[in-house]
Design a protein around this ligand. Structure first.
Ligand code: 13P
Length: 251
């Protein structure tokens, strides 16, 4: 079966001092966890600090974004080589906040995925519909377009190295979790599309996380679903005990 992967997206939160406290507390609570891939995505400014704190532990480091060029005159951007250099194993790509506020498109997502894979960084690729799109019954159409365009030109082998995250925008930071059934329906739909675009083996190998107001109280039921392989957690990952409880879900 697919190995669960639970990731914390800290977004634009935590100074290095706050990161230090959060990671030290969290690390102590999850030392016994061996059956789950645990990932922390702090802001760029805390990557070095967090990387040092989790070095040699069961926790991996992720960045929240990257650019698709190797180096050069791209003021304010960070390259995949820089992320590898600082110890990142993963990079979040195409988060809905980047799409909404910073002009990220399926085309830039596609470029970033390809460049991350070249560097052996595992992309965590986010897709998901807005509330208006869900109410208009456009969820499947929106997600399939994000997948077709975002994953365009990838081989099955490359696809199997990617983690997908289904994050309905209406559930992010709102306290409104998709019901486990709603989430699983979309995960299942995504997996069927992956089977069509790639093949059955790829579809059954790819891990798909759910994201959007995942909390200690909701994680167990979500993780019990057939096609939900993990969680991408925002707010509830900023407290050591609540994120530790999420990582120790009981499905
Ligand atoms: P919340 O868990 O705060 O809803 O954020 C989810 C998210 O966007 C993770 O990437």
């Amino acid at each position: 079966m697919r190995r669960p992967i639970i990731a914390a997206n800290w977004k634009m939160n935590c100074t290095t001092g706050q990161a230090n406290e959060l990671v030290n507390n969290f690390k102590a609570l999850v030392t016994q966890v061996t059956e789950v891939d645990i990932v922390l995505a702090p802001p760029f400014t805390a990557l070095a600090t967090v990387g040092q704190l989790i070095s040699g532990s069961n926790i991996a480091l992720a960045a929240q974004n990257m650019y698709w060029e190797e180096s050069g005159a791209y003021t304010g951007e960070v390259s995949p080589g820089m992320l590898i250099d600082i110890g990142c194993k993963y990079v979040i790509i195409g988060h809905s906040e980047r799409r909404a506020y910073f002009g990220e498109t399926d085309e830039t997502v596609n470029k970033k995925i390809k460049k991350a894979l070249e560097h052996n960084l595992t992309p965590i690729v986010c897709v998901g519909e807005s509330l208006a799109q869900r109410e208009n019954n456009e969820t499947q159409a929106v997600v399939v377009l994000q997948i077709r365009r975002g994953l365009q030109g990838l081989t099955s082998e490359q696809m199997q190295k990617i983690v997908l995250a289904y994050e309905p925008i209406w559930a992010i930071g709102t306290g409104k979790t998709a019901t486990p059934e709603q989430a699983n329906d979309v995960h299942h739909f995504i997996r069927r599309k992956l089977a069509g675009i790639f093949d059955e083996a790829t579809a059954s190998a790819v891990r798909i996380q759910y994201g959007g107001s995942v909390k200690p109280a909701s994680v167990d039921e979500l993780m019990a679903q057939s096609d939900i392989d993990g969680a991408l957690v925002g707010g509830a990952a900023l407290k050591a005990d609540s994120f530790a409880r999420i990582v120790k879900f009981e499905a």
